[in-house]
Design a protein around this ligand. Structure first.
Ligand SMILES: *Cc1c(COP(=O)(O)O)cnc(C)c1O
Length: 480
């Protein structure tokens, strides 16, 4: 592809993207294809000779979009959002064009120095103390893995990486029963093992029971085990479970344990002062993750990982063979090699999209979106609660709530003889087949419930009216 062709196709791609965004509200949110349907349309073998871009692009348009679930659709209310604000998408095009590998300061000084600044902008935006420094990891899963590795190394006197874990005391990590599966995976990968992730039960507010936590740590010490750290949950994935950060971090400090706060989704809301009570005490944590690629609009992948003492993270993850050493003239103070802060060596230029995003919308623009999402979700929960055949199971935590369809026949629910779990799963599938909105399910107290979470970057008030209608109409059609 020569420069002239590149210019042409890059323009075509941008035109396509603009048309795509404009047409999104007219499409079903979740892909409406069956497993294998798209794969069957792709040639079984790679071509031996070059093909025309015209053909390639036409195949893209013919095959791919119909097989996509549209995460940028204004009525995407499933999982958690994965927003790509248009300004961030433009920045990604530029980063993609330069295609730098930003592992070390000298492999792209601008990428490193912009990353330092953007992490600092975000720190100010969520009002963490100045002492916190940070890095953009690819995902929260990676940030949590880095934190768990740091817990392990710190507890083992920095000997685990060198000697392995055999013959060492058994490392223990604590988290509530409602934390994300990425914590389990992190302890697997760190060699700590699932059985040494101690799951602490939660109270009626879905927060970790701190008395049980203290007792578990004490018992482990008596048994000769090695408590290393605590993962604190702010805005759990299932129903928004949130620990008392101040109380848990207090235990961590008293017990000399490392604390990591997983606020992957809810952390973005902390740009609004009125929501910061949800993580009160966070300044006492050692490590915090929040995902600008979820609610803020930075587009996958961009996870802000803040640490109070970067030295611990770097001591855990830094490795410097000669071929990665930097030999530059001048002052090396303040020169950061971010690959020493993460598991991966090679890394993309993630800071550019954050710079574009935060400037194009301003903190006020981002705050007003989050505030609207929270207010509109609450209003929808109230409307559903007002319908006699729906119940709200978990109340709104920011913009996330869960509900169930509980129709009552003339003789009450018993008269209908319904399996409510099966009915709600049928309802969920019917809603997603209808396509006006997209929702997902979870389990709460042994019951299947439907989750609703607002947060798509371009969602509008009227989309919540569509959601209300789609939910009610689809539900009632089921039992007619
Ligand atoms: C989304 C989420 C994760 C996982 O995030 P990734 O960036 O996809 O790894 C972890 N914890 C919580 C609370 C989340 O909401």
């Amino acid at each position: 592809m020569d420069s002239k062709d590149f210019r042409h196709w890059a323009h075509r791609a941008s035109e396509w993207a603009a048309d795509y965004y404009e047409s999104l509200p007219d499409h079903p949110v979740r892909a409406q294809v069956a497993p294998g349907e798209i794969g069957a349309l792709i040639d079984a073998e790679p071509p031996e000779s070059p093909q025309e871009m015209e053909t390639i692009f036409a195949d893209f348009e013919r095959i791919v979009p119909q097989g996509m679930t549209h995460w940028q659709h204004p009525r995407f209310f499933a999982y958690f959002p994965s927003n790509a604000a248009p300004a961030a998408v433009v920045a990604e095009q530029l980063a993609g064009a330069m295609a730098a590998q930003c592992m070390l300061w000298q492999t792209s000084p601008a990428a490193t120095e912009l990353e330092v600044k953007m992490v600092e902008w975000l720190r100010q935006a969520v009002d963490l103390p100045e002492s916190f420094k940070g890095v953009f990891q690819d995902t929260a899963s990676s940030a949590t893995l880095c934190a768990v590795l740091t817990m392990r190394e710190r507890a083992l006197g920095w000997q685990g990486n060198r000697n392995g874990l055999s013959g060492k005391p058994v490392v223990r990590v604590y988290a509530s029963t409602r934390t994300h599966s990425s914590i389990d995976k992190a302890v697997w990968i760190a060699g700590i093992g699932q059985d040494n992730l101690v799951k602490i039960p939660t109270d009626e507010k879905l927060a970790m029971d701190v008395a049980v936590l203290r007792a578990a740590i004490r018992r482990d010490r008596e048994d000769g085990l090695l408590p290393a750290g605590i993962v604190v949950c702010v805005g759990g994935t299932s129903t928004g479970a949130t620990d008392d950060v101040a109380a848990v971090c207090q235990v961590a400090r008293e017990e000399g344990l490392y604390s990591h706060v997983d606020a992957a989704w809810a952390g973005s809301a902390m740009i609004c002062p009125e929501f910061r009570h949800l993580w009160a005490g966070v300044e006492h944590a050692d490590s915090i993750v929040l995902n600008p690629h979820k609610w803020l609009g930075a587009s996958m992948e961009c996870s802000a990982h803040f640490v109070r003492e970067p030295e611990m993270l770097v001591r855990t993850l830094s490795i410097q063979p000669e071929y990665l050493k930097t030999h530059v003239k001048g002052d090396q103070d303040g020169m950061v090699n971010f690959s020493e802060w993460s598991v991966q060596l090679g890394r993309r230029f993630r800071a550019l999209k954050v710079w574009f995003l935060m400037r194009a919308y301003g903190l006020e623009g981002l705050r007003s979106r989050i505030r609207n999402h929270v207010a509109w979700a609450r209003k929808l929960a109230e409307r559903l609660a007002g319908e006699s055949d729906f119940e709200i199971v978990t109340p709104p935590m920011l913009s996330l709530f869960s509900f169930r369809y509980v129709p009552k026949g003339p003789k009450g629910p018993e008269g209908l003889d319904l399996d409510l779990d099966a009915l709600n799963l049928r309802l969920l599938n019917a809603i997603n087949d209808d396509g006006r909105i997209y929702l997902t399910q979870t389990e709460h107290d042994g019951k299947l419930v439907i989750r609703f979470v607002a947060g798509q970057f371009e969602t509008r008030a009227q989309d919540f009216d569509v959601a209300f209608d789609a939910i009610c109409e689809t539900a009632r059609a089921l039992i007619e």
